[in-house]
Structure formats: structure tokens, C-alpha cells
Design a protein around this ligand. Structure first.
Ligand code: 0WD
Ligand code: CA
Length: 429
């Protein structure tokens, strides 16, 4: 039995409680006011069968507003996420349909003095991040676990999976934080295949330039987070962390969860750092722990920035899969962890209450929900060679473009063949 974790007023939804709320949508047509960023801010009323692209509005000129005010309504239904499986990626990035890479959290001293720079030069194997894996690992997991997902209802033959969306948790995190994101845009490729929508990120030009031009200092600081994991995680329940070992960022343990946001059935996977080693801890995902490092906070300005920017990202990332706590290592300028603090996800919205103009969980969730509705309505062609590319640039609407047989197509042949083969044999029986 899964217990429902209290998440402040942003609780996960109990399957049995009925929650009636007015539903609104922040779609708007870009052409309406003649220019971007200026809207009539009409909140469309609900009906999901409403056609937004009727009349003379060309499909290519429509967008989804990212203005925060449009999303300040009741918190949408978000079901308690359920782990339906997990997988591991080994030191060579090979896929395993099991939890072999799951590690166990070992609580450090409150002031541990971990040196995060140790091993950067000689005990670090870095994943090649120019290799784009797209959704491949999740798709492998799906093929290996079809029985847990296939549609049981006879009338639902065209939908191979019985979920509306398949994606990485990290892509959803980006959606949650979009109304507050003033620096980085994103590109999300979406394909409809057998009535499931697959969402896979495409690296923006700006992100590619940044990746290719990182300073030595930045490269080293990216290592610090992984080094902190090594100081606090053990490979087995009874062993201790091994700070003398090699840090290899190819290795990963990923949970696969199923949940629902309003009427969107979601299947996504996210990397999990470690779990509580207490055998009496609740089952996954409630036993999972997210590890973070952050610069130590010395001034009120730094505290405010931490609340406004860091806690938003931490909350969004862990709330999605139902990971209940973040353990943060605060480090100084030289990469020494000077203090460690636990942040329960359910308490984060209290912590930010006194911050002026701060982010709101409900805005994040409602924006994500409306984006997914926008995608459902837009991505109508059920064809793996067709990609709808959704684009966000800070302070702009989300817009999209359509691409046939392009560089953006991302569902691999092996996946489509297997889904088609098993589905056809299903419908014959
Ligand atoms: O190819 C890429 N650019 C991406 C690869 C983008 C996003 C994810 N990934 C891969 C990751 O390597 C990992 O196997 O997908 C898996 C994780 O997906 P996710 O959980 O949906 O991603 P996210 O929530 O953004 O990141 C979770 C963790 C990170 O932890 P922190 O505490 O830094 O948020 O996954 C790791 C990282 O530990 N991670 C990566 N590791 C290596 N290379 C990367 C990356 N590019 N991105 C995230
Ligand atoms: Ca982490």
C-alpha cells in the first residue's frame, strides 16, 4: 500500500476524493493582438473538445502564453506517483532492467568538510554529453515491461500503451519552471505514435554553445555534485561510501513512475541518487533521496536567491516523481562542504512564503497541465516520422513548427517495429 505523503497544501491527489474545480485554459492566439507578449488574457472556458484552430487563424501562428498570472488558479489534480519499475545504466552506459545501480544514503556529519575537488584530475570518468540518447533508455524499459502497461480495454486498441505522455522527468521539470525561467529557452520535440505522445528534448543552439565553451572552472564545478554523491552513498545496505573510488557519471539508477496530471496520464523516468537504507522505510518513491550541492549562504541576498531560484528547481524536480526529501551539501568557494541540511519537499513552500514575488507551485503545475493540453490538441498526426517542435524563448509564448522526415524524428526503428508487431498480434487474438 502506498501512503499518501502530505505535501503542504500541494498534496498528491487521493484517487477517491472528488475535487471539483473550475477549469480554465491559458491558450491564446498570437495573432489576436498583433504582437507577442500582449494579450487579451481571455481565459477560455474548459471544453476539451473545443477547437482552437477554427476560423481564419493559421495553425502556425498559435501559441501558449507563459505569463504567470494566467496560471494562478487552484492546484490541479496530481495523483500520487507510483513506481512501476526501474532500470540501471552501468559504467559503459549499458541498459539493465533492474536496480543494480541503486545506492544507499549514509548520513554524513552536519559539518563534514568533504573536499569536492578530490579526484577531479585522476579519478573521474565523464559521460560524453555530446551523445544524445533521447528517449532510448525509457523505450527499452517499456519494451521489457509491456505487460505492466498495455491497454486492457478492448475499445482502446489504437493506444498501445494506455498512457498519454512518455518523457523524462527532467523535461517535465523544465515545463514546471517555465513561467519563472528568464534565462534559458527550450526545444521539445513531440511525436504521436499509436495515440501516445512522446516528448524528447532537442538541445538549443545557445545550450550547445554553452556546452562547447565551458570554462575549466565550470567543468570542475559540475564534478562537485557527483563527488558529493560519492561521499554520501554506499553500494549496498551494509557498506560505507568509498571516497577513494572513481566517479563515473555514466552510471545511473532511474525510477519509472506513472501518475496523472488533471486528465493527462503520464509515464516518465527520472534519475534517483539514492534511497534510505532503513529496511523499514516506506516503499519507493517515498524512500528515495535527492542529493544536491549549493554555494553556502552568507548574506540575505544569497538567501533570497536560493529561495527564488534553487528551491524552485529542487521542488519541481522532486515533487514530480514523489521523492520526499533533498539533502543539500553547502560548499564554499574552494569546493569544501561546510554544512549539510535536509529539505523535506513538503516544507519548501513554507520556506519561501516570506519572499516577495516568489514562485508558486500552482503556477508551475497549471502551466505544465495547459502545455500538455496544448500538445494534445496540436499533435494530431499519428506518425513517427512527423515531429512537432515546441519552442520556448524567455518572455515569449510557446510556439511550434511541424517537421516531416527531418533530423528531429527520434523514435528508433527497433521500438516502432516491436510495438507494431506486438500490438498487431494482440488485436488478432
Ligand atoms: O542528454 C542529455 N542532455 C540529457 C540526459 C538531459 C537530461 C537527462 N539526461 C539523462 C541523464 O544522464 C540521466 O541518465 O537522463 C537521465 C536523467 O533524466 P532526468 O532525471 O529526467 O534528468 P534531470 O532531472 O534533469 O537530472 C537528474 C540527474 C542530475 O541530478 P542533478 O542533481 O544535477 O539535477 O541526472 C543527472 C544529474 O545527476 N544528469 C546528467 N548526468 C549526466 N549528463 C545529465 C547529463 N547531461 N543530465 C542530468
Ligand atoms: Ca542530484
Amino acid at each position: 500500500m502506498l501512503t499518501v505523503v502530505a505535501m503542504d497544501q500541494h498534496k498528491y491527489h487521493h484517487p477517491n476524493s472528488s475535487h471539483h474545480k473550475k477549469r480554465q485554459s491559458a491558450y491564446q492566439r498570437e495573432g489576436d493582438d498583433g504582437e507577442r507578449g500582449h494579450y487579451k488574457s481571455k481565459h477560455f472556458k474548459p471544453s476539451h473538445h473545443q477547437q482552437y484552430h477554427s476560423g481564419s487563424n493559421p495553425v502556425s501562428s498559435r501559441g501558449l502564453s507563459t505569463r504567470r498570472e494566467l496560471y494562478e488558479r487552484d492546484f490541479p489534480v496530481y495523483k500520487q506517483p507510483v513506481e512501476v519499475g526501474s532500470f540501471s545504466l552501468d559504467s559503459r552506459r549499458r541498459f539493465f532492467n533492474d536496480a543494480r545501480q541503486l545506492r544507499y544514503y549514509v548520513e554524513p556529519d552536519k559539518e563534514p568538510n568533504f573536499d569536492l575537488r578530490d579526484g577531479y584530475k585522476d579519478r573521474f570518468i565523464k559521460r560524453d554529453d555530446s551523445v544524445k540518447e533521447k528517449l532510448d533508455h525509457i523505450l527499452r524499459w517499456i519494451l521489457a515491461n509491456r505487460s505492466k502497461l498495455s491497454s486492457k480495454s478492448a475499445e482502446n486498441k489504437s493506444c498501445a500503451l494506455d498512457v498519454d505522455f512518455v518523457t523524462w522527468r527532467g523535461h517535465l521539470t523544465k515545463l514546471l519552471t517555465t513561467p519563472y525561467e528568464a534565462r534559458e529557452g527550450w526545444l521539445l520535440a513531440v511525436t504521436r505514435f499509436r495515440d501516445t505522445l512522446y516528448i524528447s528534448e532537442v538541445e538549443t543552439e545557445a545550450a550547445r554553445r554553452e556546452r562547447e565553451n565551458r570554462t575549466g572552472r565550470h567543468e570542475e564545478m559540475m564534478y562537485w555534485g557527483y563527488k558529493f554523491e560519492q561521499y554520501t552513498c554506499a553500494d549496498t545496505v551494509h557498506s560505507s561510501p568509498d571516497p577513494g573510488g572513481v566517479v563515473n557519471t555514466n552510471e545511473a539508477f532511474c525510477t519509472v513512475v506513472q501518475t496523472r496530471l488533471a486528465d493527462h496520464r503520464l509515464l516518465f523516468s527520472g534519475e534517483v541518487d539514492c534511497r534510505d537504507k532503513d529496511p523499514n522505510a516506506p516503499g519507493p518513491p517515498a524512500c528515495y533521496i535527492e542529493l544536491k550541492t549549493s554555494a553556502e549562504i552568507c548574506t540575505p541576498k544569497q538567501r533570497s536567491n536560493f529561495h527564488r531560484f534553487k528551491l524552485l528547481k529542487w521542488w519541481a524536480q522532486s515533487f514530480l516523481p514523489g521523492v520526499p526529501r533533498v539533502v543539500a551539501g553547502f560548499r564554499d568557494h574552494d569546493g569544501v562542504v561546510v554544512s549539510v541540511e535536509t529539505f523535506p519537499i513538503s516544507k519548501i513552500s513554507h520556506l519561501i512564503k516570506n519572499e516577495q514575488n516568489c514562485w508558486k507551485p500552482t503556477v508551475c503545475m497549471n502551466f505544465c497541465c495547459d502545455f500538455l493540453s496544448f500538445v494534445k490538441q496540436t499533435v494530431t498526426e499519428d506518425d513517427p516520422s512527423v515531429v512537432y517542435l515546441f519552442s520556448y524563448e524567455p518572455h515569449r509564448d510557446v510556439t511550434y513548427s511541424l517537421h516531416r522526415d527531418s533530423q528531429y524524428s527520434f523514435l528508433p526503428q527497433w521500438y516502432m517495429e516491436e510495438i507494431t508487431r506486438s500490438q498487431d498480434s494482440h488485436s488478432q487474438s
